[in-house]
Ligand binder design. Structure first.
Ligand SMILES: [Fe+2]
Ligand SMILES: [Fe+2]
Length: 271
């Protein structure tokens, strides 16, 4: 499936990862939040990736740019319509229809339409520079300043799909040092073992509370106690931002999260 430009191949991998996650989220006990987050991340990534591709095609004066741009617009509109319908009534969006469309797009667009620019961009330094110049994290200045590849992130979430969504979003901006744990005991072990730059923790981790972990961290030795923490919550009626901040969290976000908001939230967290 390679289009010959590593940064675009990496975008495509993220998009394919999100499509796979959408499939896996069906039937999840937090399905609404998981599917909502995947759709939201898909929207964010598609917009970012299309902008990147179009800048690159423009740089090498690709003759089919206009037609390609229209197919990108068509994708954005369909995902947007899906998301609107999902937000209104999540049971109205049938996973199968949604995946039929996305898999069709994967074959008809990534594997076909995108391949047409391959010969134009390979070895074109202007096109490669244009593609590399746009970053998903570049939407917020604070997020742009982060050295993502060296960031050590601990993710605590009992929901495997949701943890994978976070992993996919973060790997998409270059994070490689990420550990996911699914309960508080494993989180405490991980926190004692090595230095972390930040922790993303679910409010409800199985029967346990992520806020208890936050309090435990804040009572720890100085290097652990200063850890920047982002709390996520998928049960908005039972929780609130003030309680999370009072427990010692630095940031609070409700699921479903968008890729853009998550990256900007991390930017604020680490600023
Ligand atoms: Fe593409
Ligand atoms: Fe494309």
């Amino acid at each position: 499936m390679s289009v010959g430009v590593p940064v675009l191949d990496s975008d495509h991998k993220t998009l394919i990862g999100l499509i796979n996650l959408l499939q896996r989220s069906i039937g999840d006990d937090e399905e609404y939040a998981a599917v909502g987050s995947v759709l939201q991340a898909l929207q964010d990534y598609a917009a970012h990736h299309f902008a990147r591709e179009e800048k690159m095609m423009e740089a090498c004066r690709y003759p089919l740019l206009e037609r390609h741009h229209l197919t990108h617009d068509g994708f954005v509109e369909r995902v947007q319509a899906l998301k609107v319908r999902y937000d209104e009534d999540h049971s109205s969006v049938r996973a199968r229809d949604c995946l039929t469309f996305l898999n069709g797009w994967l074959i008809n667009h990534i594997c076909t339409t995108d391949m047409n620019y391959r010969a134009w961009v390979i070895g074109h330094s202007g096109a490669l520079a244009a593609a590399a110049g746009l970053s998903m994290a570049g939407n917020g200045r604070k997020a742009e300043a982060i050295d993502w590849p060296s960031l050590r992130v601990l993710v605590v979430d009992d929901n495997v799909n949701f943890a994978e969504i976070i992993r996919t979003i973060l790997e998409g901006v270059g994070v490689t040092r990420l550990l996911t744990v699914h309960d508080l005991a494993a989180a405490r072990d991980a926190l004692g073992g090595q230095g972390w730059d930040m922790m993303i923790c679910d409010w409800h981790v199985g029967e346990e509370s992520g806020l208890d972990l936050v309090k435990w961290v804040r009572r720890g030795p100085p290097d652990v106690a200063a850890l920047p923490i982002l709390i996520l919550s998928g049960h908005e009626r039972m929780t609130n931002r003030d309680l999370a901040l009072l427990a010692g969290a630095n940031e609070f976000m409700e699921k479903p999260v968008s890729a853009r908001n998550l990256l900007m939230g991390i930017g604020r967290l680490l600023a």
